[in-house]
Design a protein around this ligand. Sequence first.
Ligand SMILES: Cc1cc2nc3c(=O)[nH]c(=O)nc-3n(C[C@H](O)[C@H](O)[C@H](O)COP(=O)(O)O)c2cc1C
Length: 205
Amino acid sequence: MFINCSETKTDQLYRLLIGSVVPRPIAWVSSVNDDGINNLAPFSFFNIFSVKPPMLGFAPGYKRPAAGSSLPVAKDTLVNVRACGEFVVNVVSQSLVEQMNQSSGEFENDISEFAVTGLTPQASTMIKPPRVAEALISMECKVFHIHELGGSALVLGEILCLHYADGVIGTDGLVDLDVLQPIGRLGGISYSTVKDRFDIERPTH
Ligand SMILES: Cc1cc2nc3c(=O)[nH]c(=O)nc-3n(C[C@H](O)[C@H](O)[C@H](O)COP(=O)(O)O)c2cc1C
């Protein structure tokens, strides 16, 4: 089958794309609004892009327009990172998947997903938005650039510092995936674990 993107409906293209680029890591982004209310939401259009400087990116979109309106409204996370210039990316372990899913509900911006999920906002070290105390890895970021894409925006953030829970970094200095138990997002409402792994040597030239 051949798909010409410019002739394909957005909904269908969305379903195809999120089933084609898999598994995707999930940025569980905590941010804070102008009134000091903490926000938390997952974004799987996410990855790291540079180590020096340490840089990551994620793409929050726009909410479905309210009935009778055609005006796009940015998701709370996008509003917050634009205004505050800072955010935290927390890693979702398997034990936190229910809370992650709950936090993806479209709550009004005066409702904190920390309260909805019962998760603990832990003060960050270098920035204003809190991190998720229960997450085993958190990355404090400051906005480097926000590139408007139309239906969403690509937020590039410089990682200022990293928090690892005890035991997550093994004696070999690597992240222990058996401790972290990260999950990835697939198409539809499916997720994957990283239990089935293999190593492969890189070519020597
Ligand atoms: C696993 C997962 C991944 C998601 N990835 C994205 C994404 O990459 N971009 C996006 O705009 N919404 C994504 N969503 C939907 C948002 O989490 C959802 O719209 C949320 O309500 C946004 O919250 P906010 O308005 O507080 O920012 C995802 C949802 C889930 C459950």
